[in-house]
Design a protein around this ligand. Structure first.
Ligand code: NAP
Length: 307
């Protein structure tokens, strides 16, 4: 059995490619290692995806996208991709449990949250250290938490955490946030949120659970210990491309080089969503990539005499 298109990853890009592929009557398989929705599925409310004036929960949006694609016949398997042979006309995708062959491959694996890489972080993960406010916020009812980072994710999650925590301290390495203005304005207006600027968390302290963080003021070169019950880390993401064999052109950080056509340097291989080089990493640009990837794959297949 050889698929027309194999999609790797069930985030918004992969699920949109799946919808377009199945609807275009291509033999389309989507492989996902965990749940649908990608990183966006861990967002409590997505406010900037059109069509949902009240916002929509990220997990719910992922489920809806999956249902819509399956309605048109998309085949989805849950498995972890371990290797990919992408050269040649027939591409092979190896997973933990099987092996799949396809004429075109769309890589839509997204990116995973970065670690801060400081002492105490690994040992205390799940014991006060978290990378997901939506998942773990409720454990911190009336407690004090620290958020590390200054991007959209950090500020969105800091705002979410105010539902539970009595105090949220955002520690950022510069003196201005990277997050969009609307999020900044909300965070500055939120009485439960305070900021420690120009500072790095250098150590997470605790035995059984987190009790504090060591904060390094980078301007004054001073250090102090801040007591806290939880540390939420949102310091960017790394593209999930480790399984790829040599041959695809990637940036130093691992993003696959492709423009909005999603065409990569390898014939029949397309990169959609957060995994590719792009300016704006959002659900709305990911779904556009998913659609473009199928159009590009169709053109490629026609060129190969598929139709
Ligand atoms: P990001 O935009 O890369 O921001 C990462 C933040 O972490 C930056 O403030 C960065 O500081 C800081 N940082 C990075 N490495 C650090 C380190 N080692 N120690 C301390 N701080 C560190 O990542 P993101 O916030 O996860 O967002 C990823 C993408 O998704 C972005 O394109 C974002 O716009 C998008 N996104 C959009 C929405 C939305 O539209 N609602 C929501 C979430 C995410 P510097 O600022 O100094 O570099």
């Amino acid at each position: 059995m050889c698929y027309d298109v194999i999609i790797i990853g069930a985030g918004p890009a992969g699920l949109t490619a799946g919808l377009y592929g199945a609807r275009a009557k291509l033999k389309t398989l989507l492989i996902e290692k965990s749940m649908p929705g990608g990183r966006a599925a861990t967002t409590d409310i997505i406010e900037n995806y059109p069509g949902f004036p009240e916002g929509i929960n990220g997990f719910e949006l992922g489920i809806k996208m999956k249902e819509q694609a399956e309605k048109f016949g998309l085949e989805i398997v849950t498995d972890d991709v371990t290797a990919a042979e992408l050269q040649g006309e027939i591409k092979t995708i190896r997973t933990n449990n099987s092996e799949y062959r396809g004429k075109a491959v769309i890589i839509a694996t997204g990116a995973r949250a970065n670690e801060l890489e400081v002492p105490g972080e690994r040992a205390l993960t799940g014991r006060g250290v978290s990378y997901c406010g939506t998942c773990d916020g409720a454990f911190f009812q009336d407690q004090q938490v620290v958020v590390v980072g200054g991007g959209d994710t950090a500020i969105e999650e800091a705002l979410f955490l105010t539902r539970f925590a009595s105090k949220v301290t955002v520690i950022h390495r510069r003196d201005s946030l990277r997050a969009t203005k609307i999020l900044q304005d909300r965070a500055f207006a939120e009485p439960k949120i305070s900021f420690i600027w120009n500072s790095a968390v250098e150590r997470i302290i605790g035995e059984e659970k987190v009790t504090g963080v060591e904060v390094h003021n980078l301007l004054e070169d001073t250090r102090e210990t801040l007591a806290t019950d939880g540390v939420f880390i949102f310091v960017g993401a790394t593209p999930e491309t480790e399984f790829l064999a040599q041959g695809l052109k990637c940036t130093e950080k691992g993003y696959i080089v492709a423009d909005e056509t999603t065409v990569t340097c390898m014939p029949g291989v397309f990169a959609a969503g957060d995994v590719r080089t792009k300016e704006l990493r959002q659900v709305v640009t990911a779904v556009a990539d998913g659609a473009n990837a199928i159009i590009a794959a169709e053109k490629y297949l026609e060129g190969c005499g598929n139709k």
